[in-house]
Design a protein around this ligand. Structure first.
Ligand SMILES: [Zn+2]
Ligand SMILES: [Zn+2]
Length: 145
């Protein structure tokens, strides 16, 4: 079961389709994701070959570290993708997907870096950094830790 899933940026200039399975959503509270998104980054992921981008001429990439880059719409500024060097998948902001996504939140990561103005109280498992979780899609539901 892997229905094509569609998403887009706020202005609609960048569209994408995912033709394979999506990973459960991970919420990343690291300082880079917090600055890039304005709060924290909730993202699913798909294997690279399963992601088809339309309007790619409006897609900009920012090298947010020496091992990762972030894709955004050059027109409206929406955060869309995160891509790690040599990783087989692309992270996709969960908020850019059309509803219903059918996805669930599976993990909070980099909780040690989270903002001091909110609490995480949803009962979903937490990692201080990035331990105990394999982010590669398609993945089984991670064990509760
Ligand atoms: Zn846009
Ligand atoms: Zn992050």
């Amino acid at each position: 079961m892997s229905p094509a899933t569609h998403g887009s940026c706020l202005c609609g200039a960048v569209h994408y389709r995912v033709t394979g399975p999506l990973r459960p959503v991970i919420a990343c509270h690291c300082s880079q994701c917090r600055r890039a998104t304005g709060n924290y980054m909730a993202a699913t992921a798909a294997m690279r070959d399963d992601l088809k981008i339309e309007g790619g001429e409006n897609l900009g990439w920012f090298a947010s570290s020496c091992t990762a880059r972030r894709g955004f719409c050059r027109i409206c500024g929406s955060n869309l993708f995160w891509e790690g060097k040599d990783l087989p998948y692309v992270s996709i902001t969960a908020g850019s997907l059309d509803s219903p996504t059918g996805l669930t939140l599976a993990r909070h990561i980099f909780v040690a870096d989270k903002g001091d103005y909110y609490e995480i109280a949803d009962g979903v498992g937490q990692s201080q950094a990035f331990e105990d979780y394999d982010p590669t899609p398609p993945g089984p539901t991670p064990p509760e830790k």
